[in-house]
Design a protein around this ligand. Structure first.
Ligand SMILES: [Zn+2]
Length: 218
């Protein structure tokens, strides 16, 4: 069922025009594995490595699955510059029609175009989505490193900090730096035959037309 859903999106969005079905199959396994590992977010870098695509293409592929009937939510966020703000990440809707984003905590307002270089994007697997576990042979053992560490811990207690702790990237996948992608990189990939893949997300075309409209008003 899940794979059928992916296949439907793959054809409906014309993703099939640019990406092979073997990439779709890898994506199916990748999402199942991510859910099994309780990762909230898709890691586009990890996916790119797995399917041996450049990161740009990996992001463009993911964009096809971010529409309303897709399987991924896309969030933009940035960090408020006010040092007293506790919750550093400000999430905002991708329909940034007024182009002003305010910090809930201090009320400071930002113009999207000014802060775009500092904003980032998360690809979240829709929380209400039913994703079955991966095929048995696909379950990788590298993510069991946490269990490995716990098992080894008594021996390593003498050492202040086992190196395996720093190499475990579980916390990174839970919302750290590696899974967040530069917004500009994502905007530049939101294109399919001279139109945006995701109409609600900024695209090179929209940004250009906004600028032209802005100039027209002056
Ligand atoms: Zn603030």
């Amino acid at each position: 069922m899940f794979y059928e859903k992916l296949t439907r999106i793959y054809h409906e969005t014309e993703c099939d025009k640019y990406f092979s079905e073997s990439i779709l199959k890898s994506f199916d396994k990748f999402v199942r594995k991510s859910v099994l590992e309780r990762n909230k977010y898709i890691n586009p870098y990890r996916f790119a490595r797995q399917v041996e695509l450049p990161i740009e293409d990996s992001i463009r592929f993911l964009m096809y699955f971010t529409n309303d009937n897709g399987i991924l939510n896309i969030f933009m966020f940035f960090e408020c510059s006010t040092s007293t703000c506790v919750s550093t990440r400000i999430f905002f809707n991708m329909e940034y029609k007024d182009e002003i984003i305010a910090c809930d905590e201090c009320g400071k307002e930002y113009v999207f175009e000014d802060i775009i270089d500092f904003t980032k994007v998360y690809f979240q697997i829709k929380p209400d989505l039913h994703v079955p576990p991966p095929e048995e042979e696909f379950i990788s053992h590298d993510r069991n490193s946490t269990i490995e560490i716990l098992r080894r811990l008594p021996d390593n207690l003498k050492n202040a900090s086992p190196p395996s702790f720093s190499s475990s990237n579980k916390s990174i996948d839970e919302g750290g730096i590696e899974v967040a992608i530069s917004t500009k990189l994502v905007i530049n990939q939101n294109t399919h035959d001279n139109r945006p893949i995701n109409q609600k997300f900024p695209s090179p075309f929209q940004r250009l037309s906004n600028r032209l409209v802005g100039r027209g008003k002056i």
